[in-house]
Design a binder for this molecule. Structure first.
Ligand code: AMP
Ligand code: GLY
Length: 437
């Protein structure tokens, strides 16, 4: 069938996840023009970057109305928690993502836990506290470790697993008395063990369609050591998750939660991300997110063979879902991050060797935090020699994804590509995929 190349799509966000969404959209024969706000130096090769931040909801809406955007796709949770979907829909715009109310499943850990308790979805036992004294008392009566989760968006820093009681007390003090992330509550839950995995689903009310499975690597350093990060690498598929595990995760977790949100009066539309753990007592929920995962999206969407514009449209319009097909190829991606990340890091270092990777069909380089030389704060342009082309502009800078007939081949291809990228200020984990190789 001949498709008109005409839809105008706006992608909100600017990291590796949005680069992968833009990349998938650019493969759709129905998509004519892609805008990305704010985008980054890599995304600029496939989309027109618009200088608006993901949180400038009013300006984004004006842009979408002015440019007659056919579909907006939202990447980051911050825009969703601000109600970008409600705003766009009220203006008659088509937008892919959950309403502010449905996004609460990510923005409030307490809401997510109460929902799971009500609909019998397996997760760690927990209690929620506003009062510092009561929280300390609860931890005192508990064996270590426990997991402390701030009840709100905290840019990935709101979960801590203290080893000692003294550490727990300090963290509770910071969260509940010093309002480190703002005024709020803390969820205290039991510590679970087992491999974690990410099950992202396209959801429209009670309709739930799984994507290919993937696994993130949250710790900064090899051997799963060091501080938690936004994610240092990922791969897909997952050989340690059986068909039975998948069936359980869909029937006992993802579908009941989607149905629960409908019953609670906040039906979910968009991507529901289940952060799950295969514990000795079965699969349990660690967290829910209301959006595509990062860096999981960068290994999952390259395996999507169906037209993503059709999938987004099916959810937005409540129309029948086309067949969702996944390639048999495996993918694995390595994050190259600025030295010092997730703590302090400098920006503005030139990245070399990107052009040479462009023509390899089995390599995708998704830009997480890059900019054109001269456009970043603290850029090294004033220094000698001046950087040219593309420079580092964030904590996580690139996600280099390889595809192969199996995970080993995907790993080897990605790592070889990583080694060809030259930059003075990047580090990466060489052991991505250790669990399966
Ligand atoms: P979250 O932001 O809720 O995904 O938590 C960040 C990370 O903390 C997770 O990816 C897990 O590695 C870890 N974590 C969270 N909750 C638990 C738990 N109940 N037991 C063990 N580890 C956990
Ligand atoms: N990779 C974890 C997340 O997207 O929150």
């Amino acid at each position: 069938m001949e498709h008109p190349k005409e839809a105008k799509v706006l992608v909100v966000g600017g990291g590796g996840r949005c680069h992968a969404i833009v990349d998938a959209l650019s493969r759709s024969p129905q998509v004519g023009k892609i805008y990305c706000a704010p985008g980054n130096a890599g995304i600029a090769a496939q989309a027109e970057c618009v200088p608006l931040k993901d949180t400038q909801v009013e300006q984004l809406k004006e842009f979408a109305l002015r440019e007659r955007i056919d579909l907006t796709v939202v990447g980051p949770e911050a825009s969703l928690a601000l109600g970008i979907v409600d705003e766009f829909e009220a203006a008659g715009l088509r937008i892919f993502g959950p309403s502010k109310a449905a996004a609460t499943i990510e923005s409030s850990k307490d809401f997510a836990k109460r929902l799971m308790a009500k609909y019998n979805v397996p997760t760690a036992a927990y209690e929620t506290f506003e009062d510092y004294g009561k929280a300390v008392e609860y931890v005192r009566g508990h064996s270590m470790p426990v997991v402390l989760k701030y009840d709100g968006l905290a840019a990935g820093k709101g979960v801590v697993i203290p080893d000692t009681f003294a550490e727990a007390e300090t963290m509770l003090r910071e969260m509940l008395l010093d309002d480190m992330f703002g005024k709020g509550k803390v969820v205290i839950e039991d510590f679970l063990t087992g491999p974690e995995f990410s099950l992202m689903c396209f959801v429209d009310g009670e309709r739930v369609y799984p994507m290919a499975l993937s696994q993130d690597h949250k710790r900064a350093y090899e051997g799963d050591q060091g501080p938690n990060t936004g994610g240092m690498g990922a791969y897909s598929p997952l050989p340690f998750i059986t068909d039975e595990d998948m069936e359980y995760s869909m029937e006992k977790i993802m579908k009941p939660v989607a149905a629960g949100l409908v019953k609670e009066g906040c039906p979910f539309k968009g991507v529901l991300y289940g952060g799950l753990m295969k514990t000795p007592d079965g699969i349990k929920v660690i967290e829910f997110n209301c959006r595509f995962g990062d860096p999981e999206t960068e290994v999952v969407l390259p395996r999507l063979e169906s037209d993503i514009y059709d999938i987004f449209s099916s959810i937005v319009d409540g129309a029948p879902m086309p067949d969702i097909r996944w390639s048999d190829k495996a993918t694995m991606g390595f994050v190259m991050a600025s030295k010092g990340y997730p703590g302090h890091y400098d920006k503005g270092f030139e990245i070399k060797g990107l052009d040479a990777l462009e023509n390899d069909p089995d390599i995708r380089v998704y830009h997480m935090g890059t900019a054109f030389a001269g456009s970043v704060e603290n850029d090294r342009s004033g220094k000698v020699p001046a950087p040219k082309g593309i420079v580092t502009a964030g904590g996580r800078v690139l996600m280099v994804v390889g595809a192969g007939k199996d995970l080993q081949e995907a790993h080897d291809k990605a790592l070889k590509a990583v080694e060809r990228i030259g930059c003075d200020n990047l580090f990466y984990r060489r052991d991505i995929g250790w669990r399966v190789l």
